[in-house]
Design a protein around this ligand. Structure first.
Ligand code: S3P
Length: 438
């Protein structure tokens, strides 16, 4: 599936709610499956990544109904109630599924092998294998720590303290989830704050999780009690429309019921530093997570040096922030973001490879990029961009078309369905001139 984008959308207008948060959707299935009792989830993201998690637990004997219009009902089997799957688990494109599951699989009595698609099979799993081995778990990977990843069951994980070598919520969560099966207290210290949905949701399931400064502690052997979960709209999906409204002329978009967990709001801070006109209102708390409505209007964006402290808090939003930088006046510099090179694609390179043919000066560095704002596509009629099997690259270039003067073809957009299956129709609804070509 390709996107074909005509240049120069007019004004961008809308009042929309994007689909449910991907991180929370994954965790709702994992914790709901391991809880005692029936967990009901609303607002579940019906995207391929979250469905990969759902199907993995179905293959391990959990009875799950739905999703039906965002509603999922999970009959929890308790911490020790999972059954060995018949085959290896196919995880698709989802890094969160494979890394969090590897922690949970460490506590089972059976072996599990997990493999993914072309993109996932290139991503590093050593970052979860290392702490799991320290916990005494037997882990096998393919060459260079890539999937398939096999977790051998039958050994009780040992509680450890782990200093995370990189700011990664997936690795933090993997260790904490393995720690649920250990005797004693497992603790993790992170080098910078990363998303804390695992900690919050564990509390929602009645677990005690102690957070002091940059360290999270969890006592093993706690029972999870079923609960009700209302998943807010994903701020990472909302980000495409925040940038769309910021760069368009005469634009106004209202995004409803967006999760604004402070470990996720870097995109708002960065756009505001660039001069974005963003109003967060109707703030409320839903099931232990802060939620709000967000209004974004056109703005004259300026290039900035992105503060490194904001990088982990906006880690998934950089592809579309690079589009904002391309439309801004002056230079934007990103540093301290080497993690972008090991996402669904090498996001620094994939974005530069799309922006440069449109005449934008985008110079990758080892840990970031330098982008000089300009007119996209001033000297070409049409560019073809490779989405590199990465949903966020595809959607970022769809947003670019608002300001581009050339036609943009984005090749390989199937993976948009991993996080935002309704993107094309919502984008069209707000005024982006997008055609889906099979
Ligand atoms: C996620 C954590 C982030 C993020 C990913 C989802 C999660 O990855 O990029 O899309 O749900 O825990 P890292 O923790 O590897 O940075």
């Amino acid at each position: 599936m390709n996107f074909l984008l005509s240049p120069g959308a007019g004004s961008i207008k809308g009042d929309i709610r994007v689909p449910g948060d991907k991180s929370m959707s994954h965790r709702s299935i994992m914790l709901g499956s391991l809880a005692e009792g029936v967990t009901k989830v609303d607002g579940f993201l019906e995207g391929d990544d979250a469905l990969a998690t759902l199907n993995a637990f179905k293959s391990m004997g959990v009875n799950i109904q739905g999703p039906d219009n965002g509603r999922v009902v999970i009959e929890g089997v308790g911490l020790h109630g999972l059954k060995a799957p018949k085959d290896q688990l196919y995880i698709g494109n989802s890094g969160t599924t494979i890394r969090l599951l590897s922690g949970l699989m460490a506590g089972q009595s059976f072996d599990v092998t997990m493999a993914g698609d072309e993109s996932l099979n290139k991503r590093p799993m050593g970052r979860v294998a290392t702490p799991l081995k320290l916990m005494g778990v037997e882990v096998e990977t393919a060459e260079n720590g890539r999937p398939p990843l096999t977790i051998k069951g039958g050994t009780k994980p040992q509680a450890i303290h782990y200093d995370l070598p990189m700011a990664s919520a997936q690795v933090k969560s993997c260790v904490l989830l393995a720690g649920l099966y250990a005797d004693g207290v497992t603790s993790v210290t992170e080098p910078a704050p990363t998303r804390d949905h695992t900690e919050r949701m564990l509390r929602g399931f009645g677990c005690e999780v102690d957070v002091q400064g940059d360290t999270v502690r969890l006592q093993g052997g706690q029972t999870l009690k079923a609960c009700e979960i209302d998943v807010p709209a994903d701020i990472s999906s909302s980000a495409f429309f925040m940038v769309a409204a910021s760069i368009a002329d005469d634009a106004e978009i209202v995004l409803r019921h967006v999760g604004i967990n402070p470990t996720r709001t870097g995109v708002i801070d960065i756009l505001k530093l660039m001069g974005g006109d963003i109003e967060v209102f109707n703030e409320r708390e839903v099931g232990g997570e802060p939620v709000a409505d967000i209004r974004v209007r056109s703005a004259n964006l300026k290039g900035i040096d992105i503060p490194e402290a904001l990088v982990p808090l906006a880690i998934d939003e950089f592809p579309v922030l690079f589009i904002a930088a391309s439309c801004a006046e002056g230079v934007t510099r990103l540093t301290g973001a080497e993690e972008l090179r090991v996402k669904e694609s090498d996001r620094i390179q994939a974005m530069a490879d799309g922006l440069v043919p449109m005449g934008i000066k985008a110079e990758p560095t080892e840990d970031g990029i330098v982008i000089e704002g300009g007119v996209m596509g001033a000297d070409v009629d049409r560019v073809s961009v490779d989405a590199c099997h990465d949903h966020r690259i595809a959607m970022a270039f769809a947003v670019a078309s608002i300001k581009a003067q050339c036609e943009i073809e984005v090749v390989g957009c199937d993976n948009v369905a991993t996080s935002f299956p309704t993107f094309a129709s919502l984008a069209t609804e707000v005024g982006i001139k997008l055609q889906v070509v099979e």
